[in-house]
Design a protein around this ligand. Structure first.
Ligand SMILES: C[S@@+](CC[C@H](N)C(=O)[O-])C[C@H]1O[C@@H](n2cnc3c(N)ncnc32)[C@H](O)[C@@H]1O
Length: 342
């Protein structure tokens, strides 16, 4: 591996590559390119080609040297992975031919959340440790009508803000925080990450025994809202289902329980197992054949060594499914994605 200078250490790299088995297929999709750790490893392990996506233009810009190194074998597209099917079909269609139909991918991998580069750049506004503009937009542009975290914090009603903090951050004190935000912004709007983080810390009091910063949950919630991360995930999983050939592998690395629950439910439902919480699932399951087989019933986690080497790995979970011969399920199959309207 030639990742010594990569700014982002790929999480669960060995198990992900083993799950995808790149040498046994031709085309793999890396839906979350980041610093290209997975793409590089897949290509080095024998994948003929990798089609990669990242919604962050700076990740795509930084991919140029890798694209040169793997000339014609690596293509990196600046788009959200919810749209990977559309872009992948265009990319796979020879010039002048009608768009390719049916599945053609041997593997799809999603490594969710933000990269170390995004977290470390204070001016992206993801961090409550270093001061920066309260932004959090991964694409720095069009996410959720382009609304930044500051826009949400300074304009939404207290009730909606509290719903966001509770639903996307599982923050139990969401109402206290939302009310304090609304009171404070009447005097002076929030513009900086540390300003918001210190208000949340004041509302919640001293840190808990786990040592995590008091703003951890709220920042997670705002980031998910700004980037519509759960909606993206649901659409990305359905796109992967349509793109994967029979026998193709889906590998998803998650970093918090909301993401993991969604992936778990998706795979359980598609594997024909009752995944609780979905209104229409029994009706769909009655007519649709299982489109995935689950590889590991329990998700894989990073071992002690990896967690010691890379603290980001601590909360990671890997779930893997193998695509069956069955057709993809209807696109509107209800996944019960937690959503706050705003
Ligand atoms: C955890 S990093 C991926 C790291 C990568 N596996 C590596 O080894 O370098 C997540 C990346 O996915 C991107 N991302 C997150 N959500 C996305 C989405 N919905 N569509 C496209 N890219 C997304 C982020 O911009 C970020 O660069």
């Amino acid at each position: 591996m030639s990742l010594e200078r990569a700014p982002h250490i790929p999480v669960l790299l060995g198990p992900v590559i083993e799950a995808l088995s790149p040498a046994s297929g031709a085309l793999f999709i890396d839906a979350t390119f980041g610093a290209g750790g997975y793409s590089t490893a897949m290509l080095e392990a024998g994948a003929k080609r990798v089609l990669a996506f990242d919604r962050d233009p700076s990740a795509v810009e930084a991919a140029r040297p890798l694209c040169q190194r793997f000339a014609n074998r690596l293509i990196v597209i600046n788009a959200p992975f919810s749209r990977m099917e559309e872009f992948a079909r265009i990319e796979e269609t020879p010039q002048g031919q009608p768009p390719v139909e049916g599945p053609f991918a041997d593997g799809v991998v999603l490594d969710l959340g933000v990269s170390s580069m995004q977290l470390d750049q204070a001016d992206r506004g993801f961090s409550f440790q270093t001061d920066g503009p309260l932004d959090m937009r991964m694409s720095q542009a069009g996410d959720h009508a382009g609304r930044s975290a500051a826009h949400l914090v300074n304009t939404l009603a207290a009730e909606t803000l509290a719903d966001i903090l509770y639903t996307y951050g599982e923050e139990k004190k969401s109402r206290w925080i939302a009310n304090a935000i609304v009171k404070r912004r009447a005097e002076r709007p929030f513009e900086r990450t540390l300003d918001l983080a210190s208000l949340i810390a004041r509302v919640l009091g001293p840190r808990k025994a786990d040592g995590r910063h008091q703003a951890t949950r709220s920042f997670q919630a705002l980031r998910i809202a700004v980037n519509d991360e759960l909606g993206e995930l649901a659409r990305g999983l359905a796109a992967a289902e349509r793109l994967l050939k029979p026998g193709g592998r889906l590998a998803v690395v998650t970093f918090h329980s909301l993401e993991d629950r969604l992936v778990k439910r998706f795979l359980a439902a598609r594997a024909g197992k009752q995944a609780g919480g979905s209104r229409h699932l029994p009706e769909v399951q009655a007519i649709a054949r299982p489109s995935f087989q689950i590889v590991n019933q329990r998700p894989l986690s990073a071992d002690e060594q990896e967690c010691a080497d890379n603290p980001r790995a601590r909360s990671s979970k890997l779930r893997v499914g193998v695509r069956t011969e069955a057709p993809p399920w209807p696109p509107d199959t209800d996944l019960e994605v937690p959503q706050v309207e705003f």
